[in-house]
Each structure stands twice: as C-alpha cells, then as structure tokens.
Design a protein around this ligand. Structure first.
Ligand SMILES: Nc1ncnc2c1ncn2[C@@H]1O[C@H](COP(=O)(O)OP(=O)(O)O)[C@@H](O)[C@H]1O
Ligand SMILES: [Mg+2]
Length: 341
C-alpha cells in the first residue's frame, strides 16, 4: 500500500490519534510492522495494549518502558515498548535534578509518589516525554506512537505545557520563590496559608507539599525546556499524524472534531485510516431465497451504509482514505497485524 509506505518513509515520528476503541493500538502496531517490512528500524510505543496484542507481538511478561526487539521476517528491525508513566517521570526527575540527593528526596516524597501515578494527564505528558527520548535515540529511525485512551484526544498534544503551568502556579511560586532569594524562609503569609490548609487536609500532607516544592528548587527551567522541545517535536515536519477512525457514525463525527482541532494547530493528518470496515458486495451465484443470500444481503446493507457515512464525512476533507477491513479472527499473532502489505 504505497500511501502507507510513503507516510512511513517520510517521517521520523508517526502519531496515531483517534477516538477510544477504534483501533489506535492495533493500527500503531500494524504501521510499525509495515515499517519494519520496508526496512526501517522502528520502535512502537504502545499505551495499555490489550494483553492479546502484547501476546501477539510475543511480548508477554517483560513488556515495559524499555524497547524489546520483536523478531520477524522483515528487512528492518522492530522494537516494541509499553509506556510506563511512573518510570518516565522518575527518569525525568533524575536527569533534571542537580544531584542524586535532590533526586532521591523527590522520588521518596509521599506527595510525589501520589501525584506521579494519579495526576490527571500524567500519562499523556509522559507519552510525549518518552516519545522525545526514543526520537533522540540513534538506535531507531522511526517512532510510532499509540496515544492514550483519553476521552480528550488533545490532552496528549496539550500535555507538554502541563508541568510549565504547574510551575507557574501561585502555590508553587509562593513556597518556592522565597527559598530562591536571600531570604530562604517561607514568608509569613504563606506560613499562615499553610497552617490553614493543614487544618483542613492534615499537617503531614502540608509538610509533604512544602518538601515537594522545595525539592524541585531550581529544576523548573529544565522541565520547561524539555517540555518546549517536546512541543516542538509534535509540530515538526518529521512528525506525521494518522487519524484512526471506525466507520461508525459516532466515531466519524468524533474524528471530524479531532481533525478540526488538529487544523487549529496547523496540523493536517497525512493519512486517515478507516478501521474495521465491512466490505461486502452481492454474489449473483447465490440463490436469492437461501439463508446465505439473506445473510450476505444484511452485510451488503451494512457495507453500503458505512460507505455513505464515510463519503459524508470526507465530503469537506477529500482525504485519500485507507480502509482496513474488519478481521474475522481477533489478532492472535504477528500475521494478524500484517494489515498494510
Ligand atoms: N480491523 C480489526 N478487525 C477486528 N478487530 C479489530 C480490528 N482493529 C481492532 N480490533 C479490535 O478492537 C478492539 C480495540 O482495538 P484497540 O487497537 O485496542 O483500540 P484503541 O487502542 O483505539 O482503544 C481490540 O479488541 C482489537 O482486537
Ligand atoms: Mg489503545
């Protein structure tokens, strides 16, 4: 499929966006396999792959942040990794901390442990951070990124700025800033504020918070720089976007929204993949009254109504759509992911 091959060849980063459940993870894996087939050294970074998909890639067990080589009959090389947000954030802290002691004090902080796994958007933010790390790694010449099953597809693209905004937060500034100057004592007003908060949420949480912000002293610039590099990569020419959709009406309408949001960032998807397409046509050899003919008639009806929905969706865009048929058997091994050859 030359359109897919061109897409893969023309980019160093490929990002699969789409509504939940349409097949982003499956498609990301399939695009990576195609890339390996045409000779690229590709790593696919998946987010929460279904067990079956991990199994299909032969990655049960050891699957994590570190890319694992997936052996297969291709010219190039294929690695697969699964995002570990916590580990990525820990690495970011370690590489930005001025010394091991400061890194340790952050990693051990109760508030940090808590927010690093539960803060909304952390997964999106860490996906973009990990993407940058893999992109820089000379071992790979293409990174294919699956995106989180987020209700808001754009949490991902907005995520690099998240920590910057966090560091701009008045609470952070009020605690940290006085420590940066000559007067390292937390000012009186802040102390008073914390006393009040402490009475509400518990003093130990406040102590953790003060320690947490203090531990980040001097690190905000490093984080901000990293975030702006990530944001640049998401907008760069080497980065291509694939919007994955299903032929269902709701998915098509969400995809329309995703594409228009991308447009606001001056990003046009290079390909739009319509996954799980039912493609059927009438068979004149069947006896019209037979059960088989009845069955087929229903499928042809579905096929036609999907075609109409897709045409309506594409009216304003005129994308060169790539349709991926509904696979009868759920993906069980790598051959089931060979969707683009
Ligand atoms: N072309 C296809 N044919 C049949 N089943 C599919 C196809 N693409 C995806 N699926 C199945 O649909 C489910 C959701 O796919 P997944 O890739 O996890 O979606 P997402 O990552 O967008 O949530 C999985 O069970 C997957 O095996
Ligand atoms: Mg997924």
């Amino acid at each position: 499929m030359s359109e897919i091959d061109d897409f893969i060849n023309d980019h160093e980063v490929v990002i699969c966006l789409g509504a939940g459940g349409v097949g982003k993870t499956t498609t990301a894996a399939a695009l990576a396999i195609r890339a390996a087939q045409i000779g690229r050294r590709v790593v696919v970074l998946t987010i929460d792959p279904a067990r079956r998909l991990a199994d299909a890639m032969g990655l049960s067990g050891e699957f994590g942040n570190e890319p694992v080589l997936v052996p297969g009959p291709w010219k190039g090389r294929l690695w697969a990794a699964m995002l570990d947000s916590k580990e990525t954030l820990d690495d970011l802290v370690i590489s930005n901390a001025p010394d091991q002691k400061q890194a340790d004090s952050i990693l051990a902080n109760k508030l940090y442990v808590n927010i690093s796994s539960t803060l909304g958007g952390t997964q999106e933010y860490m996906a973009s951070e990990r993407l940058l790390q893999l992109h820089i790694d000379p071992q790979f010449d293409l990174v294919v990124l699956d995106t989180p099953p987020s209700k808001h597809a754009f949490d991902f693209l907005d995520s690099p700025g998240r920590l910057n905004r966090f560091f701009d937060h008045p609470l952070y500034r009020s605690v940290l800033m006085p420590r940066k100057g000559v007067l390292r004592a937390v000012n009186l007003a802040t102390q008073q504020a914390f006393k009040t908060i402490g009475q509400v949420v518990g003093a130990s949480l406040v102590t953790d918070a003060v320690e947490f912000f203090a531990a980040f002293d001097g690190m905000d610039e490093g984080f901000a720089e990293r975030a702006s590099e990530t944001a640049q990569l998401l907008q760069a020419e080497v980065t291509g976007y694939a919007v994955v959709t299903s032929p269902r009406v709701e998915a098509l309408s969400e995809s329309k929204w995703i594409i228009s949001r991308l447009g606001k960032r001056r990003i046009k998807p290079s390909v739009v993949l319509v996954n799980r397409r039912h493609l059927f046509s009438n068979n004149p050899d069947l006896k019209p009254s037979s059960p088989e003919a009845q069955n087929l008639a229903d499928l042809v009806k579905l096929s036609d109504s999907e075609a109409a929905g897709i045409a309506e969706f594409n009216k304003d865009f005129n994308f060169e759509l790539v349709e991926i048929p509904e696979q009868a058997i759920p993906v069980a091994d790598l051959s089931g992911l060979d969707l683009f050859s």
